[in-house]
Write a protein that binds this ligand. Structure first.
Ligand code: ATP
Length: 303
């Protein structure tokens, strides 16, 4: 893959790629330390319009730190962060939003007892100023929210119903539709399917695919390689703050991605924990991952 490059004195060289191949967001060997704790190190990642970049990783891998840098909650302490080819360092989430970067967190910024349509416009200019707004405006807002949701495949009977009565998947979709309506170019989705069952995960995944079709760049944070592979164009696996894998769809199969997550990351962490509990070195545990076998033996040949 061709890439932008950095000069010997740290100056950003011009991106020579054709305009339609340039990323909206680019991290180059980026990192973040919290005091002595190095949460992220040497991470490179690109987000392109109309593409879904999946970021996978175990607990503590650095996923939240990565999205906090991009969404303006924290600043990187190493490397570069570029938006539209320009180095940036956001001080607030508002600055990220102004560049069209919207983050949808798992615990949504919605007010459960408020109607769906008001949540859709929550914080927007349309609901600021003296309240109540004119009946006409309310009808217009309801109609707009309804149309925007329908556009992306969610049909609700009543825009007046409290958003808390919707399923978790539908609430995620309202938040995504809201970000799209208010002009997001990049959506950062923080584990949007984590708390959902199969059917609701399907609803959200369909919505992610719809956002992609609309030309948005998406960063999809997830623990689930199957969910990632259903909608992803590129897969980045973080492990202990560094990028363990960065591969496009044609470069990695679902099986390989799953093995990376389950076989590599999870098993390695579990073995590390178990070795600590048993007070032995990791090397002394069975190679084949049979953690029931006695220390210093292999489970092969076990009757
Ligand atoms: N504000 C902070 N101060 C100090 N250390 C932090 C802070 N935030 C995160 N860390 C540390 O940075 C590392 C990466 O954490 P991060 O939350 O980014 O991981 P994660 O992949 O999002 O994990 P999870 O899936 O559990 O949310 C962890 O070791 C964590 O303890």
């Amino acid at each position: 893959m061709t890439s932008n490059s950095t000069g010997t004195h740290g100056a950003v060289l011009k991106d020579t790629r054709p305009a339609d191949e340039r990323p909206v967001i680019e991290l180059k060997a980026a990192g973040k330390s919290y005091g002595n704790i190095r949460a992220l190190h040497g991470v490179s990642l690109e987000v392109h319009p109309g593409k879904v970049t999946c970021v996978l990783g175990d607990n503590g891998a650095g996923k939240s730190t990565l999205i906090k840098i991009i969404s303006g909650l924290h600043q990187h302490t190493e490397g570069e962060f570029l938006v539209d080819g320009e180095p940036v360092r956001f001080s607030t989430p508002r600055e990220a939003l102004d560049k069209g970067i919207a983050t949808v967190y798992q615990d949504l910024a919605v007010v459960p007892l408020m109607p769906v349509w008001r949540n859709f416009f929550l914080g927007s200019e349309m609901t600021k100023g003296p309240w109540p707004v004119r009946r006409l405006d309310i009808e217009k807002m309801k109609k707009t929210a309804d149309e925007e949701l329908r556009n992306m495949g969610i049909v609700l009977d009543d825009m007046e119903q409290p958003i808390g009565t919707l399923s978790g998947g539908q609430r995620q979709c309202v938040a995504i539709a809201r970000a799209v309506y208010f002009g997001a170019r990049v959506l950062i989705l923080d584990e949007p399917t984590a708390a959902l069952g199969v059917k609701q995960s399907g609803v959200v995944l369909k919505y992610i695919a719809a956002a992609r079709e609309k030309g948005l760049g998406v960063i999809f944070i997830t623990h689930n390689p199957h969910h990632a592979y259903m909608v992803g164009d590129h897969f980045s696996v973080l492990r202990l703050g560094t990028m363990e894998l960065s591969a496009s769809r044609s470069e990695v199969s679902l099986e390989e991605l799953t093995n990376h997550m389950a076989g590599g990351t999870e098993l390695a962490s579990l073995k590390h924990e178990l070795a600590q509990v048993r007070g032995v070195d990791v090397e002394e545990l069975p190679e084949d991952g049979d953690l029931t076998a006695p220390v210093g033996t292999s489970s092969e040949g076990k009757s």
